[in-house]
Design a protein around this ligand. Structure first.
Ligand code: ZN
Length: 113
């Protein structure tokens, strides 16, 4: 995404400076610390820990993290195949939309707003 490092899963989905900006937005939005995320495993481990929790916030954060990885991957493909660079704040908007739709339509939570 930044064209400065070899494109591997950890760099493209988590550790690229472009993606770090997306995660900074997620940190502000969800009040979570994403500074320790440097690999996909870090994100998955955090998701797994939250998956053990049964409270509403943890369930929504699961969708946020999965939505983040999905949206970052889609923005990477947009850049590679269509030469269209999506700003990090727009990726954050997509994450919010995807998360809302997934939780509202696929989740077992009663209400989300
Ligand atoms: Zn990069």
């Amino acid at each position: 995404m930044c064209n400065e490092y070899e494109e591997c899963a950890d760099h493209v989905l988590v550790d690229c400076p472009y993606v770090r900006k997306v995660f900074e937005g997620l940190s502000r939005w969800c009040s979570v610390n994403t500074e320790d995320f440097h690999t996909v495993k870090d994100v998955v481990d955090s998701v797994s820990q939250r998956g053990m929790c049964h409270n509403r916030r943890s369930k929504i954060l699961l969708a946020v993290y999965y939505g983040a990885l999905w949206s970052i991957w889609k923005s990477r493909n947009e850049r590679v195949f269509k030469k269209n660079r999506i700003p990090p704040d727009k990726v954050n908007d997509t994450i919010k939309s995807v998360t809302y739709l997934w939780v509202k339509n696929r989740g077992k939570l009663d209400k989300i707003n």
